[in-house]
Ligand binder design. Structure first.
Ligand code: B12
Ligand code: SF4
Length: 524
């Protein structure tokens, strides 16, 4: 197809229900640039699995789209944290003292890996179905999963498919215009099945991303109302890119290393419309980091000023860094509805530096005190106290009994500042991701084979990708399993939060280890 497109069907491939921000931004942009193009969004996440194929076939037959554009969000879904079943399975398999539990975990692992493999195969089957029903249409696949595993997707997708890596606006516009002058970073599998790769920097000018026209989106997205309303959490993008180089992270590769920002007034307008017109109460700023550099902190302040000026009332969060927090900005964050501080946290400068996280621990603790003081002045957000969610890369390279104890002590300082119930230490291990410094480090150390496959179905390799090595691995694993017995994975009033209980168990186990060592020395 080199004719300009007249109609596009966007297909959001299945995930656990979550606002499909990526295709909404792309479709809104295409509409603003080429208003004559007809678009529709089909969200397979909201359709029961057995009906998905039929629903896709039905929309393709009805619309006869020139372009079928798939959005693929998650491919590697094993989360190294308690909200993901995979962590419990790995912990039980590796560390449970109970053989029956280890056996059960092995069986559960087979189920999880089966689901994981089947989801991937089904997605490729949806692509093949689209090709069969529309042999001459242009197929496109984009989304974060593709941004990480683009080559794999390109090899497995049908012929004549464009696989867009990273941001989609410029690439999609070029495709809509006939793909005679392609743009963006992409793989192309031609009609003969040959794959070519055209790399490019992420350089889309985000000033072009004006506030989403939600009335238009509603008109092309039949499931729109299932996301908005008081129960919905909507992702809003305020910038792209991250200049930091944290060892475990590839967000800077997905979005590029240079921070590019949207117009603060447009971001605030988007939030305001979501709140006032569609009744949305919760916003997640889906930036790699909402505030990390001095420049981004100024940008955030400008967004908050706009929200205050409009009297927008939402609860919001996002991944935060507090390097440049000031008392004034802390106050504005709380006044605009900051519900939780979601932040990477470890209690020693040594581990921070070993992971090149690029911040100073004392400065981070000082920023927490700014929040505590600001919260006293501003009061709770819509009746609820500020939550502190600590994403802790436990047992990362450089971790030792001393650093674990230091982390536990720092967490206690946070309990004192915010109230124990408001601090949620999130038991998070490093998930090894392709082309990150930590992956290279672990390959060099012989922990991973040089030719390992990041999309492997081998359970023993998958297990290694949730990085929790010995000697501390067992101690942390057992502390976590014991915590699970008596605590809750949810932040609810019903029980102690699993992360708090785990950290206590970790400290207790370290004390026992130290006592044992002392006794052995005395005997010797
Ligand atoms: C914010 C975020 C979250 C938040 C989401 C909050 C919310 N309510 O939206 C939270 C914390 C809840 C979360 C959870 C999870 N996440 Co997350 N998340 C992100 C993050 C940082 C941003 C995603 C985002 O919304 N971006 C903003 C939107 C606008 O951009 P986008 O979707 O990427 O779309 C752009 C392009 O991808 C492209 N595009 C998208 N679709 C299409 C389609 C076409 C045709 C084209 C041309 C282009 C295109 O164009 C868009 C605009 O430029 C990314 C990392 C990153 N930096 O991207 C990880 C990321 C998407 N998450 C990931 C994962 C794995 C998860 C979890 C499965 C983790 C877990 N095991 O629990 C869960 C799953 C949640 C779910 N229901 O599916 C992975 C997915 C890839 C993979 N490894 O498989 C990522 C990439 C992080 C990573 N570590 O690798 N996540
Ligand atoms: S962890 Fe955050 S600050 Fe570090 S590279 Fe990733 S997105 Fe950037």
């Amino acid at each position: 197809m080199s004719e300009p497109a007249r109609n596009i069907l966007y297909v959001r491939l299945p995930v656990w229900k979550i606002w499909p921000g990526g295709i909404v931004y792309v479709a809104d942009f295409i509409h603003k640039q080429r208003p004559a193009v007809r678009q529709e969004i089909l969200d397979l996440a909201l359709i029961p699995p057995r009906r998905r194929r039929a629903a896709l076939a039905e929309r393709i037959r009805a619309l006869r789209p020139d372009v079928v554009a798939f959005s693929w969000r998650n491919m590697q879904t094993f989360g190294p944290h308690p909200e993901n079943d995979a962590l419990d399975v790995v912990m039980n398999f590796d560390h449970s003292p109970n053989p029956w539990r280890r056996l059960k975990a092995a069986w559960q692992a087979v189920g999880i890996i089966w689901d994981y493999a089947a989801a991937r195969l089904r997605n490729f089957a949806y692509l093949r179905l689209a090709r069969r029903l529309r042999p001459d249409a242009r197929l496109v696949v984009g989304g974060t999963a593709v941004s990480i595993f683009g080559k794999h997707v390109a090899e497995k997708c049908p012929n004549d498919t464009v696989v867009v890596v990273g941001e989609g606006e410029a690439a999609m516009l070029a495709i809509v215009d006939g793909f005679d002058a392609p743009a963006g970073h992409y793989y192309y599998k031609d009609r003969a099945g040959r794959v070519s790769h055209v790399p490019a920097e992420e350089n889309f000018d985000l000033a072009r991303l004006t506030a989403v026209d939600f009335a238009y989106i509603e008109s092309i997205f039949p499931a729109f109302r299932e996301y908005v309303g008081p129960a919905g959490v909507i992702g809003v993008h305020s910038k792209r890119g991250c200049p930091f180089q944290c060892h475990f992270c590839l967000y800077n590769k997905i979005e590029g290393g240079q921070q590019r920002m949207r117009d603060p007034a447009e971001v605030a307008k988007e939030v305001d419309v979501l709140s006032k017109v569609y009744g949305v109460k919760d916003i997640w700023f889906t930036d790699a980091q909402f505030c990390s550099t001095r420049r981004s902190m100024h940008h955030v302040e400008a967004i908050l000023d706009e929200m205050l000026a409009r009297g927008t009332r939402v609860r919001w969060t996002g991944y935060l860094r507090l390097n440049y927090l000031t008392p004034r900005i802390a106050e504005k964050m709380l006044a605009t509805g900051l519900a939780s501080v979601d932040i990477s946290f470890t209690g020693t400068q040594d581990v921070i530096d070993s992971l090149t996280l690029g911040y100073d621990l004392e400065q981070q603790m000082a920023a927490f005190r700014l929040f505590r003081d600001a919260a006293r002045r501003v009061g709770p957000c819509q009746g609820e106290a500020l939550k502190i969610k600590l994403y802790m890369p436990l047992n990362a390279p450089g971790e030792s009994p001393a650093t674990l104890r230091a982390t536990a002590a720092r967490i206690r300082e946070l309990y004192d500042m915010f109230g124990r119930d408001n601090v949620l230490p999130f038991i998070f291990f490093i998930g090894v991701q392709p082309n990150t410094p930590i992956e290279h480090r672990l390959i060099d150390a012989g922990y991973l084979a040089r030719d390992y496959d990041p999309l492997t179905l081998n359970p023993f390799v998958i297990k290694k990708l949730l990085y929790n090595p010995q000697p501390l691995g067992r101690l942390i694993g057992r502390a976590y399993l014991a915590a699970l017995e008596s605590s809750s994975k949810l932040d609810d009033a019903a029980g102690e939060y699993v992360g708090r209980a785990t950290m206590e168990n970790v400290e207790r186990a370290l004390d026992q280890q130290a006592d044992g060592r002392r006794r052995r020395l005395q005997v010797a």
